[in-house]
Design a protein around this ligand. Structure first.
Ligand SMILES: Nc1ncnc2c1ncn2[C@@H]1O[C@H](COP(=O)(O)OP(=O)(O)OP(=O)(O)O)[C@@H](O)[C@H]1O
Length: 587
């Protein structure tokens, strides 16, 4: 036996209010939308038909009049009283482009604030005026109206639910109508006062470009609370989209994506849409109107589909092109822009060659020759060497500088990725991470005579450093004020990791690791600077114990200077040298 579904209206309204709509305020948006759609429908058959929506708040009631297409009695049964039925879809069930609505559920939102909805409607296609009343409990009545409407159109009257009358007051309704409908192309009034503004702000006519810029700047100030650094016009014809991107004058937190204000056929969809722009573009806030992007059923977000993805990419290109133009026409302004928004631009430069060019030529990196753009750096140093961390940079910058080696601090967000992408601009560009042990190859080796004199010190040093798996290397280098340098090559880091893994493991696995370790010759090196007055005096020390203590102290100081992690045995050694030296000093 076939049956028809029954719908519990209260349950559906409950569902809408708790799970679909963020707030009961959407009821007014849905009423305005239906009024505008009805006028659009009437103008499709009669282009000269009047178009006006009058909203009249009363005592616990609200009336919305429109001069739209109206409904016949059969349409009232079919469209008003059937949930999910809409006149705004084509024969195949697709949303028709000229209308705002499509789902056939909008009218239900009236029950978020009202217990009764009265509709008095006369169709432009002929027929008598029909009176329909729907109740929140799911009942409805249809009757011929007591009085005929003189003109086609519809009046919807809401009777407030207990406790909800505040949603229908003149102040609230004016606020909501302005918020949702101020850009609508059809005149809307609340209690006789217009809430619509006419042209879209970015399409409005102005005496000259400067006047336009000023007006848009004032609009941005009113909307987002800042005076924009610049305004970028946006146009994506495939999405029927136009609008503006306002470049923020202050830095934005990349983790907090600013929302964008999106109008759908000039009715506000939401002012916190995030998906409209690529993630890197966090330095702009946009206002756009689109005819083709689709809303979700709550009409508070954009539906994620291919068109939205293409639109996002197209807007990204337009923002990027603005930056490229800025770089070629006004480098000083570009500098000011980068000073505030370099993170967003760098993020983009990792995947985009045009942006990479901008960063390469305009963004000063921290180098051991002062702040330099990568392009300038390359002019002085054919190879771009960078450190893996800021600590490593601080430790090695001066030493590398003294040996004539150029070094870029790779410790800042995205900088290493950017440097590594540079061969994409020109395959001849060489980029290398500095292997600290490689620095020692630039230091001067002692002559045979000095080597002889160094023997006692080196043997004392080997005794104390051997248990720490650290080699001693006597070299002469600048700056002379640095007595010792702790250098860990990449091989040495691997070897140390292997040693710790072996220490932590037992049995067979430990044996396997031991055999692997045997082949790893690299060790960290403590380079003693033979130009340092302290080290020179150490060479002359007659007592090997004292020399050992001095080496321990230099080892500890070099570790601390380079912010290297201190292992347990390193801390113990530091203590030992401190107490030992104290003991010597007090003898
Ligand atoms: N003011 C009006 N004038 C003429 N017809 C109306 C009016 N309001 C509603 N209707 C009719 O009632 C139908 C259902 O309206 P409802 O608001 O529930 O859904 P919709 O507007 O079609 O879609 P959506 O859920 O996306 O808003 C509409 O498709 C329209 O045919």
């Amino acid at each position: 036996m076939e049956r028809t579904f029954q719908v519990d209206l209260r349950g559906v309204v409950d569902l809408l209010s708790h799970h679909l709509y963020a707030s009961p305020r959407v009821y007014l948006r849905e009423l305005m939308q239906n009024a505008v759609d009805a006028i659009t429908a009437r103008r499709l058959v009669d282009p000269g038909a009047p178009g006006a929506v009058a909203i009249e708040p009363g005592e616990g009631t609200l009336r919305v009049h429109d001069t739209g297409i109206g409904l016949t009695e059969p349409e009232v049964h079919e469209l008003l009283a059937t949930i999910g039925r809409s006149s705004k879809r084509d024969d195949l069930g697709f949303a028709r482009h000229e209308f705002l609505g499509q789902f056939g559920i909008g009218l239900l939102s009236c029950y978020l604030v009202a217990d009764e909805v009265h509709v008095l409607t006369r169709s432009a296609r002929g027929g008598a005026t029909v009176a329909w009343t729907g109740f929140a409990d799911g009942r409805y009545t249809v009757a011929a109206a007591d009085t005929e409407r003189t003109e086609p159109g519809t009046t919807v009257t809401l009777v407030a639910r207990r406790g909800m009358a505040d949603w229908l007051t003149t102040a609230t309704v004016t606020d909501l109508a302005t918020r949702f409908g101020s850009l609508l192309p059809i005149d809307v009034t609340v209690a006789g006062r217009p809430v619509t503004e006419g042209a879209l702000p970015w399409r409005a006519r102005h005496a000259n470009p400067a006047a336009r810029a000023e007006a848009l700047s004032a609009y941005c100030q009113q909307l987002f609370g800042f005076t924009p650094f610049d305004v970028i016009d946006l146009n994506v014809p495939e999405a029927g989209l136009s609008g503006m991107a306002f470049v923020m004058p202050m830095s934005a937190n990349p983790a907090v994506r600013g929302g964008h204000r999106v109008y759908l056929r000039r009715m506000l969809l939401a002012d916190d849409v995030e998906k409209l722009l690529p993630e890197w573009a966090f330095f702009v806030r946009c206002v756009v109107d689109t005819a083709e992007l689709r809303p979700t059923a709550s009409r508070e977000e954009l539906y994620e589909d291919d068109l939205l993805a293409d639109t996002r990419a197209a807007i990204g290109v337009q923002i990027r092109d603005w930056l490229v133009r800025l770089a070629s026409t006004d480098p000083q302004r570009l500098h000011r822009f980068l000073a505030v928004h370099h993170l967003g631009v760098k993020a983009l430069a990792r995947h985009d060659l045009e942006m990479l060019k901008i960063v390469d030529q305009w963004w000063p990196m921290e180098t051991n020759w002062g702040p330099l753009t990568l392009a300038d750096f390359r002019r002085r140093h054919p190879v771009i060497r960078y450190t893996a961390t800021g600590d490593e940079f601080r430790e090695l910058a001066a030493v590398a500088n003294a040996q004539g080696i150029g070094l870029v601090n790779g410790g800042y967000t995205y900088d290493i990725e950017i440097m590594k992408s540079l061969p994409g601009l020109d395959p001849a560009i060489q980029v290398r991470r500095l292997d600290p042990s490689e620095l020692a190859t630039h230091f001067e080796e002692p002559d045979p005579q000095t080597q002889m004199r160094l023997r006692p010190l080196l043997s004392a040093a080997a005794t104390v450093l051997e248990p720490l798996h650290c080699a001693v290397l006597p070299r002469a280098f600048e700056p002379a004020s640095l007595p010792a340098l702790y250098l860990v090559g990449r091989q040495a880091i691997q070897a140390e990791e292997m040693r710790s893994a072996r220490a932590a493991s037992t049995g067979l696995w430990s044996d396997v690791l031991s055999t692997m370790d045997e082949g790893a010759p690299a060790r960290p090196q403590l380079v003693l600077n033979l130009r340092s007055p302290v080290v020179r005096r150490m060479v002359e020390l007659p007592d090997s114990n004292l020399a050992g203590l001095a080496v321990q102290a230099l080892y500890g100081q070099a570790l601390l200077h380079g912010h290297h992690p201190l292992r347990q045995q390193d801390s113990a050694l530091l203590n030992q040298s401190f107490v030992g030296l104290l003991d010597w000093a007090m003898r």
